[in-house]
Design a protein around this ligand. Structure first.
Ligand code: LHQ
Length: 261
């Protein structure tokens, strides 16, 4: 598949999706939302892909909705429909994908760009990056899943503070608040993220996918329901090659060779 607003490349079991409108700090226009959604679908269909990295080109990760594009649409523009048909499809695709998604946050993540960063499973962040819930700067409330993801990660008080101040949250504070997994010197971001991604891509990726499904589902379940759901998914994991291989390798005191099924 060829894309105009993103780059898509695969190597060593990892698909890398790069948002590629650097002159706007990778603001989302309709095409970029659609292409990014399709890229996640493509990564989902490709059995050789066992981990996905999402990043931005240039000095930004993503500045959210393209505001110049929004202004051109005038008063008849329905933001609700735009969210439903665009961003929601992207966020759902990322969450439904049963492979780890790493956000390689190379620069500022603002507005819907912050929502998309939060929809990643793991965030590896440049020390030059920051997060801005820019929505309220333009008179909007957070969207693209931000209201769902952020209080779960950092608690309501801090999430609401960011929503209504729209102050820039630097990488080190995001780490201290539990919003990101690791902060690295900017020039090491690619190398460190690749090491995380290839580690996952060589792991028991079927189980990683099931763990993602179990954790998301459990957020809306009682303990009894969550326990039962775990048992059902563990039944699936227990029938994989990788479970057999993992146990065998342990007993033989060797490194397991996982295949992702
Ligand atoms: C941009 C943008 C941008 C266009 C930087 N658009 N050009 C959902 C559905 C429908 C409607 C509305 O919204 C939503 C959800 C949302 O995402 S709402 C929030 C939308 N995003 C924003 O409000 C963020 C706007 N950008 C900023 O506040 C700043 O650019 C940040 C804080 C991201 C970065 O600041 P700086 O590092 O100082 O960069 P800059 O402001 O100088 O931007 C660099 C260039 O990128 C600049 O263009 P220029 O031609 O002057 O170099 C900006 O105009 C352009 N740009 N964000 N969202």
């Amino acid at each position: 598949m060829s894309y105009q607003t993103i780059l898509y490349e695969t190597a060593n079991g990892v698909a890398k999706i790069t948002l590629n409108r650097p002159e706007t700090l990778n603001a989302f226009n309709d095409l970029m939302i659609e292409e990014t959604t399709n890229a996640f679908k493509q990564a989902g269909r490709d059995a050789a892909v066992r981990c996905v990295v999402l990043t931005g080109s240039g000095r930004g990760f993503c500045s959210g909705q393209d505001l110049a594009d929004t202004q051109e649409r005038g008063d008849s523009f329905s933001i609700g429909d735009h969210l439903r048909h665009g961003y929601h499809q992207l966020i759902k695709q990322m969450v439904r994908l049963e492979k780890p998604v790493i956000g390689m946050i190379n620069g500022v993540a603002a507005g819907a760009g912050c929502g998309v960063a939060l929809a990643c499973d793991i965030r590896i962040v440049s020390d030059k990056a920051s997060f801005v819930l820019a929505f309220s700067r333009v008179g909007l409330l957070p969207d693209s899943g931000t209201n769902w993801f952020l209080p779960r990660l950092i608690g309501y008080g801090r999430a609401y503070e960011l929503a209504i101040t729209a102050d820039r949250l630097p990488a080190d504070k995001a780490l201290a608040w539990g919003m990101v997994n690791q902060v690295v010197p900017h020039d090491q971001l690619g190398e460190v993220t690749t090491a995380w991604a290839e580690r996952f891509a060589n792991g028991a990726t079927k189980a990683y996918g099931l763990a993602k499904r179990a954790m998301y589902k459990s957020m809306g379940m009682s303990l009894d329901e969550a326990l039962e759901y775990e048992a059902q998914l563990q039944e699936i994991a227990g029938k994989t090659h990788d479970f057999k291989e993992g146990v065998q390798a342990f007993l033989e005191k060797r490194v397991p060779e996982y295949k992702g099924y």
